[in-house]
Design a protein around this ligand. Structure first.
Ligand SMILES: *Cc1c(COP(=O)(O)O)cnc(C)c1O
Length: 455
């Protein structure tokens, strides 16, 4: 390949390694506990669910982990993703701040999620697995895994939260176009699904329920493994391509962020952009403020307990120490389906406890207002989840104007909103409600957190 073609394809700009923050943390994160015994688990306990290569990454403390060539070959379809200076937005705000954003919406599925879907599909294929089961909320993860499964010849089965299954037929159509099978959860196909339906025949479903179904199928079938789109260490690891690229791209722009911002559901796109910067801070004392933004209706980092909890409703998953609203918590309705999870990545939670990151929560109307301004100044319609990051970036820029400061702000645009236009239609019609979570329901849910000896 000629030098010029290499440059055009960006071959040299796709990272060769993922970054593992576990190597740089001043204190190791707490252990992962067995769901039945409460004792710390080892790699073998996870073997029914994940291939060994991913389990190895889950517990690794190596700083750099090589990205296999077949994964980089697929990343080349859309990576490196563009880093833009949001000049139109800066002008509209009259801010003295510089705002940059990384656009992960350019991937085939429209979000950051293929960064890990492709890696997970690769390691499963390599281990001889033929089928993957998973859950999806709004459909972003299901379509990303469906895409990756198609490229590696894996069968993909997606348990989709029922309310989204009904509200987002086009996401379902996208999964089916990539060849995946999609069923509404709770379904009649699993013990966990049937148990929920017996108690609540009209259950709208939740991510916690859908995870139980997908985990059950993987645990019971030797040819099937489970794939999770967020929360776990190896998922966050794969997403660090975002921040690694951003550091190099900011250098080309002769800039370094004072503030790094990401929206946080399970924490993967946030960690993807933020962890490489936090690593630099821990190693070279390059100071940076890091802000995770979540919905006020599902305020895991800002209102949750930091405690051991299950990842799912039926308590089939291991217990991890994280910020959690309790596995029974069902948030009130709002449009950012990808931010509805009751828990938070243990690594992101640990960083919060160590004081390495800040968290804030917003209601959905101010987030959509920010997303509409972004669309009208930068041309890209953000996903409802990403609007949370846009809102925080705008607020930081407005604060800079007031203070006469000129910080450099970097945020992650985790995805585009082309499958979420109903949410925008509802916003324009004034139909979006800024619902608060029910404090009593949260109290009840937290009262049922598992009792754990290790604490
Ligand atoms: C899934 C999703 C999120 C939330 O997931 P994280 O793991 O917290 O990143 C955010 N934005 C988009 C566009 C998503 O699809």
């Amino acid at each position: 390949m000629s030098e010029q073609n290499k440059y055009i394809l960006g071959e040299d700009r796709i990272p060769r390694e993922w970054y593992n923050i576990a190597a740089d943390l001043p204190a190791p994160p707490p252990p992962v506990l067995h769901p039945a015994t409460g004792a710390p688990i080892g790699p073998d306990d996870l073997a029914p669910l994940f291939p060994m290569a991913l389990i190895g990454q889950e517990v690794s403390t190596e700083r750099h982990i090589e990205i296999p060539d077949p994964v980089r070959d697929i990343y080349r379809m859309w990576r490196p993703t563009p880093l833009h200076r949001a000049r139109g937005l800066e002008k509209a705000l009259g801010t003295t701040a510089r705002i940059f954003y990384k656009n992960e919406g350019v991937s085939p599925a429209g979000s950051h999620k293929p960064n890990t879907a492709v890696a997970q599909a690769f390691y499963n294929k390599q281990a001889g697995v033929t089928k993957l089961s998973t859950e999806t909320g709004a459909g972003q993860w299901g379509s990303s895994l469906a895409f990756a499964g198609a490229l590696f010849g894996l069968e993909v089965k997606v348990y989709m939260v029922r309310v989204s299954y009904q509200q987002k037929p086009y996401r379902r159509a996208l999964m089916e176009t990539y060849g995946a099978k999609c069923v509404a959860s709770p379904s009649t196909e699993t013990d966990s699904g049937r148990a929920v339906l017996a108690a609540h025949p009209d259950s709208p479903g939740s991510l916690g329920i859908a995870i139980s179904e997908a985990v059950e199928v993987a645990a019971k079938n030797a040819d099937t493994k489970y794939a999770l789109g967020s929360v776990l260490n190896h998922v966050l690891l794969h997403q660090t391509v975002i921040g690694i690229e951003a550091i190099e791209q900011m250098e080309q722009a002769d800039a370094y962020p004072d503030v790094v911002i990401g929206c946080a559901g399970g924490g993967s796109n946030f960690a993807g952009i933020a962890f490489p910067f936090i690593g630099k801070k821990l190693r070279d004392k390059t100071d940076v403020r890091v802000i995770a933004v979540e919905p006020a209706a599902c305020p895991t980092l800002t209102r949750g307990a930091y405690a051991f909890d299950f990842g799912d409703t039926a308590h089939l998953t291991p217990m991890v120490k994280m910020h959690t609203l309790g596995s029974e918590f069902i948030p009130p309705g709002f449009h950012a389906g990808g931010l509805r999870y009751h828990g938070m990545s243990p690594l992101v939670s640990h960083c919060k406890e160590l004081g390495l990151i800040e968290a804030r929560a917003y209601h959905q109307n101010p987030c959509f207002e920010a997303g509409v301004l972004f669309a009208r100044t930068e041309g890209i319609v953000p996903a409802p989840e990403s609007n949370h990051a846009v809102r925080a970036a705008i607020d930081e820029a407005l604060k800079a104007r007031e203070e006469g400061a000129s910080p450099t702000i970097l945020f992650n645009l985790s995805g585009h909103g082309h499958f979420d236009m109903q949410a925008y239609t509802d916003y324009f019609a004034g139909k979006l409600e800024d619902l608060d979570y029910d404090p009593k329901a949260l109290e009840d849910s937290l009262a049922h957190l598992p009792k754990v000896a290790a604490e």
